[in-house]
Write a protein that binds this ligand. Structure first.
Ligand code: ADP
Length: 709
């Protein structure tokens, strides 16, 4: 609500709609979550599959690479064998060695374990010499060599034809032990001066060839074998058995024959957990799952919070809409930032018409300047936030031009960070109230005027009595003067008497005039304005009328005003009426039961408090009974036959309108009643500088008591 407390209705509606549970929304949410989970599962499976596949490919590639190396090694070994055979043949033919062929051949057989037998044959393929490997003696003991020479003959035929070494197909040689060996023959033509002299035939064990050609490392992790096209294993080296998962085959071309080398790795199918990459993927998947779960929980919480927010927004909006008090917010520059419907009804403008305006259209045109000045002062930087909370009354103008009296309470808008961002006003339409007050005031005025007339009516008899005396005196002075004038021409004494009589007549006429004027003044004075007046003047003004009241009963009037006379601010006419009512009641109370010499009416004025002046009207009557006391100030309560019962209630109204109070207290130490009221003092700081501000402890003031007959 910092700068703009406007309730964003669209947002509220959206949030409320979002919070309202509906089957379609639930289904949509379930679908969303379902597809998210499915996507996650697919993504995870794909990741695992890719990782495993990668792992498999890697192992396969390793197997392929190892088979390549193995084939290469075998080929190299075979070609080195051929070189050794040639060296053997050459040594023999050139007679460079003193040792016979057999010795050299034995050395070769010892060096190369895969060679099982070496033979020399003549050009007719007859074996002339043969020597066995020391590691596998008696290769052809179970079946004689002549019976297993078919492959050797074919190889030699091919070798003779090509004049280069040639390998035979492999064949199986059963041994005496019952086992057997897969072997092949390699035949090398022996030529002398272009003439074929014979052949050197070496029988190579396939198993031995593998074992000797391949390094121990390769053999440790793989099963290596020569196989036939249909997969029949001919010879094997390395592991007893490969895992059968990563298998690579290579064809090794030797002179005249092709061997199929098969490599079977010991590595099995990639397993999930031991595999680091897969473990990582699984870990990540788990983490992802946890994150999704947390997200789901967060989403649920968010949905709950949104629902609560929507509810509170809806509640706030409903509250603001149903308020009868107008609400208006303004920013620090005085721009209207928010108004509620009640405010719009009050001034007859829509919210859109008022938003953002510094000089709103509900300010009456003739008061715009004054309001702008007032607003500038109110929004001034030196105005403290605490000072600003008081209410004030002002006038707005409706769109129709009708004026509305409003009471405004303004409070600062403070945002969550504690910054003052604007002003919030509660606006009450008090025009009806003001109308009622005006009517009541007029009625009150009329009532008071009536009461005054009633008082005058009551006084009429007293007045006639009062006027009777000066009129009678005037009549007798006039008659005396006439007699003197009729008795002849006046001498000096008669002239002096006539002058005296005329002066008396004038005096009495003036006295009668004064009496009539005081009554006239009392009835006619209508002005309502408050004025500052000295209390003695107030009392002096009503004294002639008071004296009129007391004359009949013969009561004494004692006026006791503090000196210097305190000054009060009041509506003089009204206060005079109060004094007159109270003195009249006092006189009437003393009329029946109070002995003549005890009838004393006392009017006191004191200032015990800096702000208030206290008046007392004290009589020596019978006092107020307990039951009368309960309803003394109720209108139309009276104990007198001719009474109206309005006097005291009017008095209280008048005094309270001045901010004072009217009460009665029994007189201390005797019968009688004191009616006591307070009026605001004029300029309390100056006139009562020396007085305490507490009404209980008053200073001793010099006072004079003036007794009037
Ligand atoms: P009214 O004088 O027309 O009766 P008031 O309102 O002036 O109407 O007085 C109401 C009643 O209060 C009187 O009838 C009287 O009984 C009582 N009252 C007023 N002043 C005094 C007083 N000084 N002593 C005793 N009773 C009083």
């Amino acid at each position: 609500m910092a700068a703009l407390p406007t309730l964003p209705t669209t947002v509220a509606a959206t949030v409320a709609a979002a919070a309202a549970p509906s089957a379609a929304r639930k289904l949509r949410r379930a679908l969303l979550w379902g597809s998210l989970v499915a996507l996650l599962v697919v993504a995870q499976s794909l990741l695992v599959w890719l990782t495993v596949n990668h792992e498999r490919n890697r192992a396969q590639e390793q197997a392929e690479a190892a088979s390549l190396v193995a084939a290469d090694d075998v080929k190299q070994r075979a070609s080195r064998n051929l070189q050794s055979f040639q060296a053997l043949m050459w040594t023999d033919a050139a007679h460079v060695s003193s040792q016979p062929w057999q010795a050299n051949a034995a050395v070769l057989l010892r060096e190369r374990r895969e060679l099982l037998q070496l033979e020399r044959r003549d050009s007719q393929m007859r074996v002339t010499e043969a020597i066995d490997s020391p590691y596998a003696p008696g290769l052809f003991q179970r079946i004689r060599r002549s019976e297993l020479s078919l492959e050797a003959v074919a190889a030699c035929a091919s070798a003779a034809r090509l004049a280069s070494p040639a390998y035979s197909r492999s064949y199986f040689v059963p041994l005496l032990s019952g086992a057997g060996l897969e072997v092949m023959d390699v035949c090398m033509p022996v030529q002398n001066a272009g003439q074929l002299e014979g052949f050197l035939v070496a029988t190579v064990g396939l198993g031995g060839l593998l074992t000797e050609a391949l390094g121990p490392e390769l053999l440790r992790g793989h099963e290596l074998s020569f196989v036939e096209g249909d997969g029949t294993r001919l010879a094997r080296a390395g592991l007893q058995r490969g895992a059968g998962v990563y298998v690579a085959e290579r064809v090794i071309d030797l002179n005249g024959v092709s061997l199929q080398l098969r490599l079977d790795s010991s590595a099995g199918s990639p397993r999930l957990i031991p595999n680091l990459a897969v473990a990582m993927v699984l870990g990540l998947s788990l983490a992802l799952g946890v994150v999704v779960a947390l997200l789901a929980r967060d989403g649920r919480r968010r949905a709950r919070a949104e629902a609560a927010l929507a509810e509170s927004l809806a509640f706030r909006k409903a509250m603001e809409d149903s308020l009868v008090t107008g609400l208006r917010a303004r920013d620090l520059q005085g721009r209207v930032t928010y108004v509620n419907p009640a405010f719009c009804n009050m001034v007859g403008f829509t919210s859109a018409q008022l938003m953002g305006l510094i000089t709103p259209p509900y300010w009456p045109p003739d008061l715009i300047e004054e309001y702008a000045r007032r607003q500038a002062a109110r929004f001034g930087s030196d105005r403290s936030i605490d000072d600003a909370r008081e209410g004030f009354e002002t006038t707005f103008m409706k769109q129709s031009g009708e004026r509305v009296a409003v009471l405004i309470f303004e409070a600062p808008l403070v945002n969550r960070a504690g910054q003052h961002t604007g002003w919030m006003s509660a606006v009450l339409d008090v025009s009806d109230q003001r109308r009622v007050e005006e009517i009541s005031r007029q009625q009150q005025e009329r009532l008071q005027a009536t009461a005054r007339l009633a008082t005058v009516g009551e006084m009429a008899s007293l007045l006639s009595h009062e006027l009777n005396q000066p009129l009678a005196a005037i009549a007798s002075y006039a008659a005396g003067s006439l007699n003197l004038m009729q008795s002849g021409p006046p001498d000096a004494d008669t002239a002096a008497l006539l002058q005296q009589a005329t002066e008396r007549i004038a005096e009495q006429a003036e006295r009668a005039g004064r009496v009539i004027k005081s009554v006239h003044d009392f009835v006619r004075r209508r002005e309502q304005s408050r004025e500052a007046i000295a209390c003695n003047l107030l009392i002096d003004a009503v004294l002639p009328l008071v004296r009129l009241q007391t004359r009949k009963s013969g009561a004494r009037v004692v006026v006791d005003v503090a000196l210097p006379s305190p000054r009060v601010v009041c509506d003089r006419t009204m206060v005079e009426q109060v004094l007159l009512n109270l003195t009249r009641n006092a006189v009437q109370a003393m009329e029946e039961h109070t002995p003549l010499d005890a009838r004393e009416l006392r009017i006191e004025v004191r200032q015990h408090h800096a702000r208030w002046v206290t008046f007392g009207v004290i009589d020596c009557g019978p006092g107020v009974s307990a039951e009368a006391a309960a309803s003394l100030f109720t209108p139309f309560f009276t104990t007198r036959i001719e009474g109206m019962g309005l006097g005291l209630s009017l008095c209280r109204t008048v005094i309270e309108q001045h901010g004072g109070a009217l009460e009665f207290v029994p007189c201390a130490g005797g019968p009688g009643t004191e009616f006591r009221f307070t009026l605001p003092a004029e300029n309390p700081s100056k006139s009562a500088a020396a007085l305490p501000t507490d009404a209980t402890g008053g200073p001793s003031q010099p006072a004079v008591a003036k007794e009037l007959a």
